[in-house]
Design a protein around this ligand. Structure first.
Ligand code: DSN
Length: 415
């Protein structure tokens, strides 16, 4: 995977690109929101569609020369429609956050009320964090997971909604390891006549493959990103019923974006095509099986998992009970030195800060793409434990690096 044209023109950038390929190949990518796309998706994303302006939608553009842009976008739309069963799909959002922005922009006025999960409990910046435009434009109140179980408290959410009377309830999470009951959240929204936005960014692929229940047809709006559990390259997607279609399209373009990133839309088309295959369903099942195996391995090593386990592609470890003197940041750094890349993460009831949180989040989408199975995940769990138990022990990190090298050699990437 040499970037020969970049190498000839710009060695400094080529060095960085090749360094990144080696980094991805030679270490374990366990950031729960990351994955490894196929060569076909990479090829589409680096295509000449990066040159093309195509403001508008297929068949109705503001520029000439959009014949092939139209073909690609329509393929992405048709495949997403088949995958998710939504009445209307917009594949132009540059990211999951832009997809959420489109929903807010289409449906809310500044000052309207948003009820969403607290970031430290697994929510997302674009769900109303004060540092994000959502926290600045809207009146935001946040629900939390149950302090004892680490699971969504649906009754508490309904009570909170009755009290706050939001205009929109946001569901869908960035660090929530359990299945979501969309119907119960919809019921809470119906009670107070609120809209419901289900942000499935993390689980887009699991929903597409049918290994997590779908909010499509339940929530008013479903947004996702296209590069996490679904391997369609960087980007976002919005789905809704036909009644909202023109409002959503107008909110994406021209409301929030200019020209779509057509090379990324091509990546989405290819990735959605891949996601329609039986192979992708098997991959998604294995992603979940691997996360469960990882969770069990970590529990066997004495770690405490938020909610006690996982139903999806990620585990969230609360380090405080098992490693009270090790922060998520310390663990993240030591693990990366040992070849395991994940992130320090806040946990429910966080007592530190977002910069130096009390947990670590680990996901299996990337490793599963490489071919890792449950046995491999048991070894990975043991490696994580060895490093977090002794984050300053250079011998331990060197030994773990050797195990990581063996796992990577047995499960090659982009060979
Ligand atoms: N940054 C992503 C994550 O890691 O969950 C969400 O946008």
């Amino acid at each position: 995977m040499e970037h020969e044209h970049v190498r000839a023109a710009d060695p400094a950038v080529a060095d960085a690109l090749e360094g990144e390929i080696d980094r991805q190949r030679e270490s374990l990518q366990m950031i729960a929101s990351e994955n490894h796309v196929s060569r076909a998706v990479l090829d589409a994303q680096s295509s000449v569609l990066t040159n093309k302006y195509a403001e508008g939608y297929p068949g109705s553009r503001y520029y000439g020369g959009c014949r092939y842009a139209d073909d690609v976008e329509q393929l992405a739309i048709d495949r997403a429609t088949e995958l998710f069963g939504a009445e209307h799909v917009n594949v132009q959002p540059h990211s999951g956050t832009q997809a959420n922005q489109a929903v807010y922009f289409a449906m809310l006025e500044p000052g309207d009320k948003v009820l969403s999960l607290d970031l430290t409990h697994g929510g997302h910046l674009s769900h109303g964090h004060p540092a994000n435009f959502t926290g600045q434009l809207y009146e935001v109140d946040q629900y939390e997971v149950d302090a004892e179980t680490g699971r969504l408290d649906y009754e508490g959410l309904a009570e909170h909604a009755a009290e706050f009377e939001p205009d929109i309830i946001v569901s869908g999470y960035s660090a929530y390891p359990r299945e979501v009951d969309w119907e119960r959240i919809q019921a809470a929204a119906d009670e107070v006549d609120a809209l419901h936005l289900a942000d499935i960014a993390h689980i887009t692929g699991l929903v597409a493959a049918g290994v997590h229940p779908s909010p499509v047809g339940i929530a008013d709006f479903v947004t996702g990103s296209t590069h996490k559990t679904i391997r369609a390259g960087r980007g976002g997607i919005v789905m809704c019923d036909e009644e909202y279609a023109s409002d959503i399209d107008a909110a994406v373009f021209p409301g929030g974006q200019g020209g779509p990133l057509m090379h990324n839309v091509a990546g989405k088309a290819v990735g959605f095509g891949e996601a329609l295959t039986d192979e992708f369903e098997q991959y998604s099942k294995q992603t979940v099986a691997n996360a469960k195996a990882l969770g069990e391995a970590l529990v066997d090593q004495g770690f405490e998992l938020v909610s006690g386990g996982t139903d999806n592609h990620l585990v969230l470890v609360d380090l405080r009970p098992s490693h009270p003197d090790t922060t998520g940041g310390d663990a993240e750094v030591a693990l990366e030195e040992a070849g395991i890349v994940l992130n320090g993460n806040t946990v429910p009831g966080e007592t530190r800060s977002a910069f130096d949180p009390s947990g670590i989040r680990a996901g299996t989408p990337g490793l599963t793409t490489r071919g890792f199975d449950e046995d491999d995940m048991a070894v990975v769990g043991e490696c994580i434990a060895r490093v977090v138990d002794a984050p300053d022990d250079e011998d331990v990190k060197a030994e773990v690096r050797e195990t990581v090298a063996d796992l990577c050699a047995a499960n090659p990437l982009y060979e």
